[in-house]
Structure formats: C-alpha cells, structure tokens
Design a protein. Structure first.
Length: 254
C-alpha cells in the first residue's frame, strides 16, 4: 500500500487530512529508520565475519611459518646435559690431578743460582763447623757463586742451594785437611740425643742393637755414634776398679 492510499483511508475513516498526513509522515520516517538500522546491522555482521576470516587466515599463516620444535635437538641437548652431569666429576678430578702434577714438576725442576747469592748466617756456620776460617769462607763463597753461575745447562740447576753449599765446603775442608769441630754437648741440638765415644758404652749399645735388630751401630768420623743415652735401656754399667795403682819403687840414693 502506498503512502497516499494510506492517507485516503484514514480520511475516509473520519480523520482530518492534517492528522492523516502527520501520521503517514511518522510511519514513513519510522520505516526509513528501520531499513537503515537493518542495513547497518547487516553491514556490521558482515564486517565481523570478514574480520574473523582474516584473523583465522593470519593464524594459519603464523602457525605454518613458525618453526616446529625439533625432538632430535631436544633429545640431543638432554643427552649432553646428562653426559655433562656424569662426566663432569671425572673431568674435575683429572684437572685436579693435572694441576698437582704440574705443581710437583715445578717444585722438582730446581733453579739456577742467584747472581747476587751470598752465604746466609746458617751457611757460614755450616762452613765454620767444617773447620774453615772467615777469610776462607768468603773466598769459597765467591768461588761457589762464580762456578755455578757459569755452569751451563741442567748441571747448573739445583733443588737445594744450601745443601749444595754444605757439600762444597765439606769437600773444601777435606782437601785442606781441616778437622770438623767437635759435636756440641748433650742437649744443645735439642733432639735429646748424646754422642757416645766410650768403648764400653758403644759395646753395650751394639749388643742392644744386635738383640733388637740384628745389627750393630755404625760409627762417625770421631769413632762414636749419637744415641738416646750413654747406656742402653735396662743396662747396668759395670763398676770400674777404683784401686790406686801401686807406686813404683824408688831406688835409694847412696
């Protein structure tokens, strides 16, 4: 039905023409708005549909281009981790042993003599104990330093220069015919040992040593040996005769 026909019917029903026109105008406006709203809703629904389609296509493309996790690489990493956990203590122990070996090698290589070397107080005392005078010690110190400084190759490398010096002055004293100084009294060395040179005491200690270990004591350059006491444990020394030897007869003067 047209809008004009609608107005005619309302006028025929007894409504004035103005009222019928106003009602027709409102109906027309409502219809236009309804059509516009319907078209707008449909457009929005269509746009949302299109947007969802685009979103799905983008998600598919993203998933298709994303690198898939490699199970082989993952397993390999786990294997390496387990291997490292298992082997690490062994490698660490090996490194420690290598470090100790290197430190030991460094300690056993020795050194060459210091160009500015001079005998210490202990070195001079060792030379003096061998019977050398101060002037002889000074001269031997220069000879000792120059000799070893000019020694080529590994022959000039020593582990203990103090011990090398003691051997040097000992040999020098022997060549000069010097006699080493006598041993210090008991207790000076601080080791509780005493040097025994008495024949009876040495014999008693030899007998004690033979009973304990099957061999006698050696002897030093003075014919004695350092032992814990003058007599062995549990040994009673024999009482020596205290008789005064008889006086020789004097010839009478006539």
């Amino acid at each position: 039905m047209s809008l004009a026909g609608l107005i005619d019917r309302m006028v025929a029903a007894g409504m004035s023409a103005g009222e019928a026109g106003a009602i027709a105008a409102e109906i027309y406006a409502a219809g236009v708005a309804s059509v516009a709203d319907g078209r707008s809703s449909a457009a929005l629904r269509q746009q949302r549909y299109r947007d969802r389609g685009v979103t799905k296509r983008n998600e598919n493309v993203t998933n298709r281009n994303a690198p898939e996790p490699s199970q082989t690489v993952t397993n390999r990493n786990e294997t390496v981790t387990r291997y490292a956990d298992t082997v690490s203590p062994i490698l660490q122990d090996k490194n420690i042993k290598n470090s100790k070996r290197q430190n030991s090698e460094r300690a056993s290589r020795g050194t060459r003599i210091d160009p500015q070397w001079s005998p210490s107080a202990a070195d001079r005392q060792a030379a003096s104990d061998e019977g050398l005078s101060n002037n002889e010690i000074d001269r031997e110190a220069l000879r000792f330093r120059d000799y070893w400084a000019g020694r080529a190759g590994s022959g000039g490398v020593k582990l203990d220069w103090a011990a090398t010096w003691r051997n040097w002055v000992r040999s020098t004293a022997e060549k000069l015919g010097r006699t080493p100084k006598a041993a210090k009294p008991t207790g000076d060395a601080g080791d509780g040992m005493v040097e025994v040179t008495d024949v009876d005491q040495l014999a008693a200690w030899d007998k004690y040593s033979m009973a304990k270990g099957g061999k006698s004591f050696p002897r030093n350059a003075r014919g004695g040996w350092r032992v814990p006491a003058k007599w062995p444990p549990g040994y009673s020394p024999p009482e020596r005769s205290r008789e005064v030897p008889p006086m020789p007869a004097l010839r009478s003067m006539q």
